[in-house]
Design a protein around this ligand. Structure first.
Ligand SMILES: C[S@@+](CC[C@H](N)C(=O)[O-])C[C@H]1O[C@@H](n2cnc3c(N)ncnc32)[C@H](O)[C@@H]1O
Length: 162
């Protein structure tokens, strides 16, 4: 498979998982977390699918399209490892959905970051919250959920908080 095909499949899987999760949590009030703003593509997608929902974004360095940058109140700017532990107090309400897309292309570095983020994310989540992730994670209290149709195993990951 070429890198182009791989990238397309990853984006397709990402969209299917986010659409599925947005439907699942549609009746459940609470904020959404976006870990890794990047270009702002998935942030914009979540904004569209979950109109009116508060979305809090974690990003080391904003480089997104200007239309896809959250206001200061909804942006945790800096290395996520330094800021996630204080985020619950700022957000104030447990999140019902988190999307983690924190890969940097280096498998080992990304896995190490995901291993840190999983346990740190747990206190920010509501009961029944979904975590949609580009990386496999261990999140205390969460169990893995079967992927929606059309998403190959290990392409994306979904977890649900008990
Ligand atoms: C693959 S991109 C996200 C793409 C985004 N979901 C989109 O649709 O455009 C990953 C993002 O995670 C951010 N990131 C990686 N490691 C981080 C860290 N330790 N703290 C904060 N942000 C980080 C990077 O700066 C990058 O913008």
């Amino acid at each position: 498979m070429s890198r182009l095909e791989s990238a397309i499949r990853r984006l397709q899987a990402q969209k299917i998982c986010l659409d599925w999760a947005a439907t699942q949590i549609s009746a459940q009030p609470g904020p959404v977390l976006e870990l890794g703003l990047g270009n702002g593509r998935t942030y914009d997608h979540l904004r569209d699918r979950l109109a009116g929902r508060e979305i809090f974004v974690f990003e080391r360095q904003v480089a997104a399209h200007p239309d896809c940058v959250p206001d200061d109140r909804h942006l945790f700017l800096g290395d996520i490892r330094n800021i996630i532990s204080d985020a619950a107090d700022v957000i104030g309400t447990p999140a019902v959905l988190a999307h983690c897309d924190i890969g940097n292309g280096d498998k080992t570095e990304t896995a190490t970051l995901a291993a840190f983020v999983g346990p740190s994310l747990a206190p920010l989540l509501a009961h029944g919250a979904l975590v949609v992730s580009g990386q496999a994670m261990v999140i205390p209290g969460c169990s893995e959920v079967p992927l929606p149709e059309g998403v190959p195993a290990d392409r994306y990951f979904i977890y649900r908080m008990a």
